[in-house]
Design a protein around this ligand. Structure first.
Ligand SMILES: [Mn+2]
Length: 385
């Protein structure tokens, strides 16, 4: 049995205001081609199909078209809701889609009702646990209000069901499992102070296809093989070292799992560069970053004029620019100390402000402007008093 495991598509997401729709469409086209080439028995998508509970019309159209293509190609797709998805909206038409082999699982009640796919060695039961919000599902699962408790209750139901229907088994889930390495782009699932869950909650199945963490990784601590596929695209500069991929999973006749990672197409590399503006514009070694999505940290003592315009002449895809001067002149502590010393004099406060934001002592011309403005303001204030 060969599965293709992916998750966290986040359709509709942008990367620092760059619309990712085209990159996401390219990924889905590539995914279909891979699924055909690799002769997969099914594609499993472990949540966060959309970036928001109310996705954009472009994102909905993209998902709808892509799933129709998988159905036409005769490749089953099993999807669960993630913490970003609205289970109800994602689940619209699920009974109809199922007829075409597109299994959208969003209801807690269905988590122990497997989708069973059979190969030459017999059945593989695929259980799809949608994201379980403890506050919402703890009653239905008759347990406490923590991620550990609701996942444990869900897995207990699945293990009970597995005793009725022998065979190999796969579980899809969207959760933060202890030991997983997060990045900056997940939006914490644990908000509210509820902890993550240990890997051992998944004991007793052959493969656990996880979603939520955006870097591909294996999680240890269970008798089951547990992997996060990671997102197919990077969504934050913290993911510079991720090789985005999908996971090809082979389950042998005896339940032994082998996997390999297939790197996904990269719309544009992402990188961080740091230095003084002149150096960044001149350094021949930086030519490799000219087409990258960039996070630039400028270290000039004085903030250069229109730095973004200058940077973009060489690096048209700068997305974030940060100014962090090398000099001690503008550290927050030093500046606050100077500010306290001059707080009684508006002109001196102006000087300190310019020194802080401009990275150096203001020029005579700048000081003349401040003095004039201060005088005018005082005049207006006195004549209205
Ligand atoms: Mn996600």
């Amino acid at each position: 049995m060969r599965l293709l495991h992916t998750s966290d598509w986040h359709l509709g997401r942008s990367f620092h205001r760059v619309d990712l729709t085209d990159a996401q469409r390219d990924f889905l086209t590539w995914l279909l081609a891979q699924s055909i080439d690799q002769r997969v028995d099914a594609v499993v998508v472990s949540g966060d199909i959309f970036d928001r509970a109310v996705p954009s019309v472009d994102a909905v159209a993209l998902a709808s078209a892509a799933l129709a293509q998988f159905a036409n190609a005769g490749i089953p797709v099993i999807l669960i809701a993630g913490n970003h998805d609205s289970a109800t909206r994602l689940g619209f038409g699920a009974e109809l889609a199922q007829v075409s082999g597109i299994h959208v699982r969003t209801r807690t009640a269905d988590l122990d009702r497997p989708i069973t796919i059979t190969d030459a060695h017999g059945p593989v039961h695929i259980f799809a646990i949608p994201y379980l919000d403890p506050d919402v599902v703890h009653d239905e699962l008759q347990t406490g209000r923590s991620h550990v408790e609701v996942l444990t209750a869900a897995m207990n139901r699945i293990r009970t069901q597995l005793q009725e229907v022998p065979g190999r088994s796969v579980v899809l889930a969207h959760a933060f499992i202890t030991g997983g390495q997060p990045s900056d782009s997940e939006r914490d699932i644990r908000v509210g102070g509820v902890g993550d869950a240990p890997a051992s909650v998944f004991d007793g199945v052959d493969y656990v296809a996880l979603g939520h963490l955006h870097g591909a990784q294996q999680v240890s601590g269970s008798t089951s093989t547990i992997r996060y596929s990671g997102s197919p695209l990077a969504f934050s500069f913290s993911e510079i070292n991720h090789v985005t991929s999908v996971t090809l999973v082979d389950i042998a006749h005896d339940g032994q799992v082998e996997f390999s990672l297939i790197p996904t197409p990269v719309p544009r590399p992402i990188a961080r560069i740091t230095g003084r503006l002149e150096a960044l514009l001149a350094d021949p070694q930086l030519a490799v970053y000219e087409q990258a999505w960039l996070h630039v940290t400028l270290t000039d003592d004085r903030r250069p004029d229109a730095p973004m315009d200058q940077l973009r002449e060489r690096f048209p895809h700068v997305l974030v620019m940060e100014y962090r001067p090398d000099s001690a002149l503008v550290t927050v502590d030093a500046d606050l100390a100077r500010l306290r010393a001059v707080a009684h004099d508006p002109v001196e406060v102006g000087r300190a402000f310019l020194a802080y934001t401009g990275g150096g002592e203001p020029t005579d011309d700048e000081m003349a402007v401040i003095a004039t403005v201060e005088e005018l303001a005082r005049h207006v204030h006195e004549s209205s008093a």
